[in-house]
Design a binder for this molecule. Sequence first.
Ligand code: 1CP
Length: 354
Amino acid sequence: MNELKNDRYLRALMRQPVDVTPVWMMRQAGRYLPEYKATRAQAGDFMSLCRNAELACEVTLQPLRRFPLDAAILFSDILTVPDAMGLGLYFEQGEGPRFERPVTSAEDVRKLPIPDPEQELGYVMNAVRTIRRELKGEVPLIGFSGSPWTLATYMVEGGSSKVFTRIKKMMYAEPQTLHLLLEKLAASVVLYLNAQIRAGAQAVMIFDTWGGVLTGNDYREFSLHYMHSIVDGLQREHQGRRVPVTLFTKGGGQWLEAMAATGCDALGIDWSTDIGEARRRVGDKVALQGNMDPSVLYAAPGRIEQEVAAILERYGQGEGHVLNLGHGIHQDVPPEHAGAFVEAAHRLSRSYHL
Ligand code: 1CP
């Protein structure tokens, strides 16, 4: 029951030897797959899909039926946590996520509750349990959360942003208000991820999609500090097995040493950082996940294969690498191109693990 048929992903995160480099794709379930669109239409809207354990499980498994991926990722969203704090998440047709009640003042922050993951977020735990059952030990299941900083950007801006005016105004004009918000989010995320681990997540990943918009000092104070406290609060072992933690800051290539010093097991890196140099910088402290530009998947399979070969060569021989994209897969990529990426990853990496 507890045995995994394929544990390459977990082994690579713990820098143990593997036969080939494990591979998965950020946002591997999603709109580039016609079967995802069909299930989403059946559910109605996006949140109804997330709240339905059977359908969330179905879309989690869809990419695994097509491609020999080495991990599954829970189908959910980072914004479930602010939704559970009472902000009222909704998706406007053709637009990104929005909140009915964004956080605009110190008073709003003081009133925010810390959600009970087994209550308000119980639907996520049901999805985790259902997916674990249906995976039948084929590959590990990754649980995830947004970083406090990234969640705060959506909560204060009221949705997606390109310029982050409101949250930066709060950061510089009322830093204590932002710190209180980030503290509450860090406490919520620790409870949320530990509940996912108890429900069956075998590894967890923290998405800090917007950490890269900060200066180095602000990154350490407003983003990394809170990810560090989450790493400290996580249940790192469950049922006798280590639960590896991956931190991903998009645009965080300058700060890899500081990120590795949090005690996490692995860092996700985007394509703006050379993975060979990243490896030399972090040494044997952490594993690395990445880092093909997701736009390469627009190219013909031969070109995709060249890029996979280049990443494998830059990383070099030996343990500690999980192949992935440097950010989420684009929605208009042909599924066969994603298949070419996964196939090339396994075929071309064999000689790096002799
Ligand atoms: O219309 C639709 O079908 C909704 C599109 C969609 C999907 C497929 C959203 C809305 N969320 C998701 C699923 C999702 N989101 C997953 C699980 C699927 C998988 O990986 O296979 C995960 C891990 C996320 C994480 C997520 N959501 C992040 C962090 C990772 C990243 O890509 O940077 C972020 C920033 C979000 C917010 C969000 N939710 C949805 C959208 C379109 C967005 C991005 C908005 C923006 O760009 O600001």
